[in-house]
Design a protein around this ligand. Structure first.
Ligand code: GDP
Length: 430
């Protein structure tokens, strides 16, 4: 039995969705454990593109049951829209294929309103959130003001709970941000039909996963965002509001740490970041622009252009450490074709001295200087290559060097967006 966590090793958008879709072929369960519809996982199967925000990326593998775990924050209307969109694409998601944890917290209208009002009040100091209410929903969860999926199904209790928590949120909205208040009755009315449709999906996810693990059925845990957006381990405060690291899979799905057997980190063969915050190897120039265009580096959720830069070894080593990573998958290798010499950030310097760790705090990370190593590039189109031995020697050399410096085996390489566009590799191959 292998229970694998798939986790982003950079700042998100590494191609986790594609890898989860691929690995889900050998899994019985795929579980989302944190984040919300700020995630956007793009899958391309048989040439058709599907973008998922809340539904786990195992949904296109017919033998998989998908779980939205308790650690996820769920905007119920958005989940229903996503189910409708999937149905329109011919992927009808029945309750036997999707479980929604009754303990997952809800994103409600005041969370959206507060998220947007705050970001606009911050002006050029904004975090660059997706404005989908994720942060305020997690704040309410931790502040014990949240509502959970189970609350949807008891109308009276729902109304009285909203009556308890709304005044504080409305005061923030009106007095701090000059926004109109949210009207209790409007919220209760809008949640009624939503609750009716979601009720069949709401089940005790933790119990189901516990039983599945006992039966030895493989479970795949799908991370959203990436290690450096983790609220503890990321580039605080330019982070998301949840723990994105692999350990979060346990709390966010309700399984014990002993259930996890492997942690696969996903990294691009270069590096991107969306939103504000430090990015040591950023290419804020024509080459960065070129990578953005060739790599189509625009957010799946917001359409925002992603900032692009070189692969960063110290960052990846840190990701290996905080995730207990056992393996790395390298995506978007095809995008580096024809770019000329490729640089890799090998070490960080602060005040002229090489430092071992990624410094805590955005300000220090802004100040690091990078020691780069230059690798010969390659021109060949990789999109149709399926065997390690058929890759150009310079490309194999690049991958082997990254494996050596990061310190974990690289077994899977991505050479295109499609499910089939992968190369499997024996670790240590050159
Ligand atoms: P996720 O949130 O980590 O799942 O990543 P996204 O879906 O936001 O972004 C990854 C993008 O890269 C998607 O558009 C994928 O279709 C695409 N992608 C994934 N792997 C590869 C690859 O190996 N090569 C290319 N060219 N595109 C890829």
């Amino acid at each position: 039995m292998s229970n694998i966590v798939v986790v982003g090793a950079q700042w998100g958008d590494e191609g986790k969705g594609k890898v989860v879709d691929l690995l889900a072929e050998q899994s019985k369960w795929v579980v989302r454990y944190q984040g919300g519809n700020n995630a956007g996982h793009t899958l391309v199967v048989d040439g058709r593109k599907v973008v998922l925000h809340l539904v786990p990326s195992g949904i296109l593998q017919p033998a998989c049951t998908c779980v939205i775990g308790n650690g996820v924050v769920v905007n119920p209307a958005v989940l229903l829209e996503e189910l409708d969109e999937l149905a329109a694409l011919g992927h009808s998601v029945t309750p036997d294929r999707l479980v929604l944890s009754s303990e997952a917290h809800l994103i409600l209208p005041w969370h959206l309103a507060l998220d947007r009002a705050r970001e606009s009040a911050l002006g050029d100091k904004r975090i660059g959130t997706t404005g989908k209410g994720i942060g305020p929903a997690y704040e309410d969860k931790v502040g014990r003001r949240g509502l959970r999926v189970a609350d949807l199904f008891d109308r009276d209790a729902l109304a009285s709970r909203i009556r308890e928590v709304l005044p504080e949120n409305n005061r923030r909205l009106t007095e701090w941000y000059g926004e109109p208040p949210i009207v209790l009755e409007d919220v209760v009315d809008s949640l009624g039909p939503v609750a009716d449709r979601l009720r069949p999906y709401a089940r005790p996810a933790t119990r189901l996963l516990y039983e599945a693990c006992k039966r030895g059925e493989p479970v795949l845990f799908e991370g959203a965002q990436g290690t450096f957006l983790d609220v503890d381990h990321g580039t605080y405060p330019f982070v998301t509001s949840s723990n994105t690291v692999a350990g979060s899979a346990c709390a966010g799905a309700g399984v014990g740490p002993t259930a996890i057997t492997d942690v696969i980190g996903i990294a691009k063969a270069y590096c991107t970041r969306v939103g504000s915050g430090p990015f040591p190897t950023e290419l804020d120039n024509e080459l960065g622009e070129k990578i953005r265009t060739i790599g189509q580096e625009f957010g799946a959720t917001t359409g925002r252009p992603r900032r692009c830069g070189w692969f960063d070894v110290p960052l990846l080593r840190h990701a290996v450490m905080v995730n207990g990573m056992t393996e790395l998958a390298l995506t978007k290798l095809d995008i580096l074709s024809g770019l000329g010499p490729i640089q890799v950030g090998m070490a960080y310097r602060l005040g002229g001295r090489v430092i071992e760790d990624v410094p805590a705090g955005a300000a220090a990370l802004e100040r690091v200087e990078i020691d780069y190593e230059v690798f010969p590039g390659w021109d060949a189109d990789l999109s149709r290559v399926r065997a390690w031995g058929e890759l150009p020697a310079a490309c194999r050399n690049y991958v082997a060097a990254l494996e050596h410096h990061v310190g974990v085996p690289i077994r899977l390489l991505g050479v295109g967006p499609g499910r089939e566009s992968v190369i499997r590799r024996e670790p240590g191959s050159t």
